[in-house]
Design a protein around this ligand. Structure first.
Ligand SMILES: Nc1ncnc2c1ncn2[C@@H]1O[C@H](COP(=O)(O)OP(=O)(O)OP(=O)(O)O)[C@@H](O)[C@H]1O
Length: 659
């Protein structure tokens, strides 16, 4: 059984990787550098300003604007954690190229961490001018999923671990559901949260289903505290750095900090979590003292190398650096193993859980973890969830807690041309287990602490079987309750819909000039209407930073930024994905689609819309053509329009008031 499952996933992951790489390559090859810069995929006209040793002995390259060009700031967008290639425009075969991770990005300086295997190339970049940088596909996650699936294939029989057997399906899982006498650290937890914790404590496997704002993180933190107090060692994972950093931040408030450890590249962590970073701890404080001296020596030698003119001299000095690094690694390995073995709660991304540092510890111990917690499981590919289980097979993990919401964003899948691959990968572990074991081990958190009841209501009915409740503290709040805001028609309404069906708000394609690979839609008048509504709110003293604007279309997001940021720079504008897991006092949702053929494109993705409409706390303002949605083929959209006609304040905007 393990073989069948693993082979199927292996095939799908390999296909997905090739699609992902192909799409990026197609874009990078088909568009000129200026367009890549415009699309946020490249930064041009760079010069290498400095090379230094950064955290964990990695080489850090600092790039700034090339003085040969007039601009003294960098154009383009990269963010911390992006994987990039730094290239020289030379067409020569051996022209230097480096791959690295962005660790810092400002208008004037980019810092890129690179692996020591690329040190020679990095130094040769000093001699090149007009460097540029391209964002690339991160192949590491694919490689880890593939090697995990290969290992799962290699077991002759079903692996000898209860959790793995439940996942693969040999024994039937029978849930225990008793009320325990748990002494909760946080007594303010609601009944559904306490029930979910009791359930997870008494069963080997559980799902905590957390709809928007229902305190999923709150519940996980209490559960981890309970497991910790029982003396357990817990591995906490999620698909992204931000998913696990949110939990770590809150754990740091309630658990002894010396028992918390974060695995992962420091460039990708939230700054406030750096104090728990394995890489940082192994370099600082008492633990790091034995490696600091040698790091200093490495830096001094590198400083010398940079001044050398001839390639031969540089290579000699480089050898010296390599020897020093070897010694550094030996010392680091000991420090790292000590830190891991003394930690009790270890936090990493799913693919980070197979980090060499962790797995190497099995040469000192047979057992690292008792429980595995996976958050945002509905956003994770199933093969990703297998990475910690297989990497820590030796630990014989006895408890698995999955948390997520199958009604919010699914994992991103790049494959478009193969339905079988798409279907296999889009079915998450959450979905598969629910289908297999029914609702018996799903624990729904049923009280949300974010939205006014009217904002929550449609989502609750359509997505959660009408089971969601609004906590008393939020059920009736509106923007008028903000300390600065005036009380008027603009601030008192929790739900507003500007219906644009009169015809003055046509959608259009972003561009038809060869960039069809990423072509998106926009609706300029909707953006002007958004500005109109935001201006009304701000005139009513709603603070700018309380306002968020969401559109499912990236072209509309760009146009909204252009239209709104000159006047209101602190209003946050992003796609739905940019707002997942976040909230704002008020959200303006620009739907864009407005056409006579009732085409709705992306809007048919109900999970994405569910995320968008559940971000606001006190007001949801929708801008959209009700007719286009109502006459589309999508039931969710038809239901939404009909429900909104009854339950929200519908306004009919007049373009002459707006422009
Ligand atoms: N039992 C509770 N009593 C009072 N407030 C609570 C309770 N549980 C959660 N909250 C509050 O609800 C809000 C959402 O909680 P949390 O961030 O844990 O939810 P989440 O489900 O992880 O959120 P998201 O929807 O972003 O996934 C927080 O402000 C939290 O303090």
């Amino acid at each position: 059984m393990n073989k069948v499952l693993a082979e199927k996933f292996l095939k799908c992951i390999t296909h997905e990787q090739s699609q992902d790489t192909e799409l990026t390559t197609r874009l990078l090859e088909s568009l000129p550098i200026a367009q890549l810069v415009a699309k946020g995929l490249a930064i041009n006209h760079l010069a290498l300003q400095n090379v230094r040793t950064g955290l964990a002995g990695k080489l850090y390259l600092e790039l700034g604007p090339d003085p040969a060009f007039s601009a003294d700031y960098l154009r383009g967008e990269v963010k911390n954690g992006d994987l990039v290639l730094i290239k020289s425009p030379s067409s020569k075969k051996d022209s230097p190229t480096c791959e690295g991770v962005v660790t810092k990005s400002t208008d004037k300086l980019l810092t890129i961490a690179i692996d020591e295997s690329q040190e020679n190339e990095a130094l040769n970049l000093y001699n090149s001018s007009r460097l540029y940088l391209l964002k690339t596909t991160n192949t590491i996650t694919y490689k880890r999923m593939q090697s995990t699936m290969r290992k799962l294939c290699e077991f002759d029989a079903t692996p000898n671990n209860d959790i793995i057997q439940y996942l693969i399906g040999t024994p039937e899982f029978i849930a225990q559901n008793q009320k325990l006498n748990t002494k909760f650290f946080n007594e303010s937890l609601n009944a559904s949260q306490k029930k979910a914790i009791d359930f997870s404590l008494q069963n080997k496997m559980s799902i905590i289903h957390g709809p928007p704002g229902t305190g999923k993180t709150h519940t996980l933190v209490e559960l981890i505290r309970q497991l910790y107090s029982q003396g357990q060692r817990v591995l906490v994972c999620g698909p992204s750095n931000i998913s696990v950093d949110t939990i770590l931040e809150r754990l740091a408030v309630v658990l002894p900090n010396e028992h918390l450890l974060r695995i992962g590249h420091p460039a990708r962590l939230l700054e406030r979590n750096l104090a728990h970073s394995l890489e940082v701890l192994s370099k600082t404080g008492d633990a790091g003292a034995i490696v600091r001296d040698i790091s200093k020596e490495i830096d001094e030698t590198i400083a010398k190398v940079k001044k050398l003119k001839s390639f031969k001299d540089r290579r000699e000095s480089w050898k010296e650096v390599k020897e020093l690094r070897k010694e550094l690694r030996l010392r680091e390995r000991k420090v790292i193993a000590d830190l891991i073995l003394s930690a009790r709660v270890i936090v990493s991304t799913l693919h980070g859980s197979s980090a060499r540092e962790l797995v190497n510890c099995y040469s000192h111990t047979d057992h690292l973890f008792d429980t595995l917690v996976i958050d945002e499981v509905s956003q994770s590919l199933e093969p990703q969830c297998w990475i910690p289980l297989i990497s820590h097979y030796k630990s014989n993990i006895q408890k698995l807690v999955l948390a997520g919401d199958d009604k919010q964003l699914p994992p991103t899948i790049k494959t478009e041309n193969n339905e079988d691959v798409k279907e296999t990968l889009s079915r998450t572990l959450f979905d598969r287990l629910l289908q297999k074991y029914g609702d018996s081990f799903r624990n729904l958190l049923d009280t949300q602490y974010r939205m006014n009841t009217s904002i929550m209501e449609f989502s609750s009915q359509e997505m959660y079987g009408g089971k969601l409740k609004a906590a008393e503290s939020v059920a009736r709040w509106t923007l008028a309750d903000l300390p600065t805001a005036e009380c008027n028609d603009e601030t008192e309404a929790p739900l507003i819909w500007y219906d644009t069906q009169a015809g003055d708000f046509p959608e259009k394609d972003e561009d038809q000039d060869g960039a069809s690979l990423t072509s998106s839609k926009l609706n300029e008048n909707e953006a002007h209407l958004a500005l109109f509504h935001v201006s009304n709110l701000i005139s009513s003293n709603v603070p700018q930073n309380a306002v968020g604007i969401i559109s499912p279309y990236s072209a509309q997001v760009s146009f909204l930024k252009k239209t709104i940021h000159t006047k209101y720079p602190s209003v946050e504008i992003a796609t739905v994905d940019g707002f997942q897991g976040r909230e704002k006092e008020v959200i303006v949702l620009s739907l864009v689609r407005s056409n006579d053929s009732f085409e709705v494109g992306f809007l048919s993705d109900e999970r994405r819309l569910n995320v968008a409409m559940t971000r606001p706390k006190k007001q949801l303002c929708v801008i959209g053509n009700m007719e286009t949605l109502e006459r589309s083929k999508v039931k969710f959209l038809k239901d939404w329009v009909r429900w909104s006609e009854e339950n929200s304040e519908v306004r009919y905007p007049d373009l002459s008031d707006i422009l």
